[in-house]
Design a protein around this ligand. Structure first.
Ligand code: NAD
Length: 471
């Protein structure tokens, strides 16, 4: 999704989006020779890693997450420097990643345990299902949660007995490397390694015959390219891709909460979240009242330097990202959308700030209602208040990652949720924050392929094998 980040002469031009300055020291792209050595080391260390007991692997990984704690502040400030996330949100990203060491890691363990299916009595065969690792798993990550996304894929892969090679996004190379280095500090040599570079390096890596699975988080366009490469050897895949997530507000909703959440979930991380609210559909009979409430909330946000304590929205991660948001908003306005509000924002042509923008009267045919916006925009339109129209609007997208339904009638909310085609539906909440850790994370339609959380996701990185005993 982010182009315009240049890899030149084997070096990543890593730019601070709040200043336009090049970040030093430069990060070198992994050369093809280095890549080969890294792949060999991952294959060489895999058998002894998978020979360890499940408990031994879990404890080593837990120690790795504990090793992130002392570098937590440094990691958060590198995230802010590389992609412009405000400091408080960067700290939250890091502490959430470290927090996986507790109950979440125990659940990953449980998902990978042998399952005894019984039998063995009265001459009946006894069956056990065990899980075989795949070998070497490549984890490719995006820039929007440059540390936080990595463990959701890398840790279940490691727990299952695979070795892992992580390729951080070229937009946030240092954040990904810093996190992985701490995590790898408690693991044997070669079990968790990092390569650096853009899509070209990613493609070289996943094309190797000595790579056995690819787990990627990123845009749908890149996911399709990866799927194409992996199809040649039928490599297993987990793809966590883009979204265009709807929020439906019925007239019986708690409108203060709905307005607050519509703004918060549209603007978190400057709108650069796969499960951000990108389309708000409000019952037409409460349009004016709801829009006023949204405006009251949106006006409290402040765009500015991401390290300032009173800033709530930093810059977009790159210039291309800013141009993309700006083009979508301009096209919508040309086609009749109303701009209800645009905030102040620093006027610095070297940086990538974009104002908080509240739009209404959007039409479904507009690009802004169909393409991922990934910016600080609250995009509102109306529906006739019926459940059928709400479901139709929510489903009118090629994406299906997350959706949100606001109503005080939970029976109606559940009815609507069951008919929306997306991996999660939050009724009166931001499901990703409120869901039990055992909930799977998966995209329907073009939002993904396979899952990375919950029992389904934790088991994505191994193949079940049935062992059947008779005496
Ligand atoms: P991107 O697709 O541009 O890049 C993602 C990663 O893929 C990067 O590391 C990139 O270098 C690599 N890559 C690019 N081309 C490749 C190729 N041909 N072969 C191998 N690797 C290649 O995505 P992005 O702009 O970094 O991230 C934003 C996107 O990620 C958004 O679409 C967002 O919705 C999505 N995302 C999804 C989830 C989810 O859980 N579904 C979570 C976070 C972000």
């Amino acid at each position: 999704m982010v182009q315009g980040v240049v890899v030149e002469n084997g070096v990543i031009q890593n730019i601070n989006p709040a200043t336009g300055q090049l970040i030093e020291p430069a990060v070198n792209v992994t050369s093809p020779e280095e890549l080969e050595n890294i792949i060999s080391a991952a294959n060489a260390s895999q058998p002894s890693w998978s020979d360890k007991t499940l408990s031994e692997r879990i404890e080593a990984i837990r120690q790795g997450l504990i090793a992130v704690e002392p570098i937590g502040d440094e990691l958060a400030s590198v995230i802010t420097e590389e992609m412009g996330k405000v400091s408080a949100e960067a700290k939250l990203e890091v502490s959430n990643a470290i927090g996986l060491k507790d109950g979440w890691l125990d659940m990953v363990k449980e998902a990978n345990e042998d399952v005894h299916l019984g039998g063995g009595e009265e001459g009946k065969a006894e069956s056990i299902v065990v899980r075989d690792p795949l070998g070497v798993v490549v984890v490719i990550s995006p820039w929007n949660f440059p540390a936080g996304e990595i463990p959701f894929l890398a840790i279940p892969a490691l727990v299952a007995g695979n070795t892992v090679i992580v390729k951080p996004s070229e937009v946030t190379p240092r954040s990904g490397e810093l996190f992985c280095r701490a995590l790898a500090s408690s693991l044997p040599e070669g079990v968790l390694q990092v390569v650096q570079g853009d899509g070209k390096t990613g493609e070289q890596l996943i094309s190797s015959d000595d790579i056995h699975m690819v787990a990627m988080t990123g845009s749908t366009a890149t996911g399709k390219k990866i799927m194409n490469v992996c199809s040649k050897k039928l490599k297993r895949l987990v793809l966590e891709l883009g979204g265009k997530d709807p929020m439906v507000v019925f007239k019986d909703a708690d409108l203060d909460k709905a307005a607050n959440d519509a703004v918060a979930f549209s603007l978190f991380n400057c709108g650069q979240v796969c499960c951000a609210v990108e389309r708000v559909y409000v019952d037409e009979s409460i349009q004016n009242e709801f829009e006023q409430k949204v405006l009251d909330v949106a006006k409290k946000y402040k765009v500015g330097n991401p390290t300032d304590a009173d800033t709530t929205i930093g810059p977009l991660a790159s210039q291309v990202q800013r141009e993309n948001v700006s083009k979508q908003v301009e096209a919508a306005v040309k086609e009749g959308a109303k701009v209800l509000y645009q905030s102040d924002c620093p006027d610095d042509r070297h940086a990538n700030f974009y104002p908080v923008t509240v739009l209404s009267s959007l039409k479904q045919v507009m690009p802004i209602q169909n393409l991922e916006t990934f910016g600080p925009v609250v995009a509102m339109s109306t529906f006739d208040g019926t459940e059928e129209a709400a479901i139709e609007m929510a489903n009118s997208s090629e994406f299906g990652l997350a959706s949100y339904v606001y109503t005080t009638d939970l029976t109606k909310g559940s009815r609507v949720a069951r008919k929306i085609r997306s991996g999660q539906v939050g009724i009166n909440c931001y499901s990703i924050l409120e869901a039990q850790p055992a909930c799977p994370w998966i995209g329907h339609k073009q939002s993904g392929f396979g899952s990375h959380s919950g029992m389904d996701g934790f088991r994505s990185f191994s193949v079940p094998k049935s062992i059947v005993f008779t005496t």
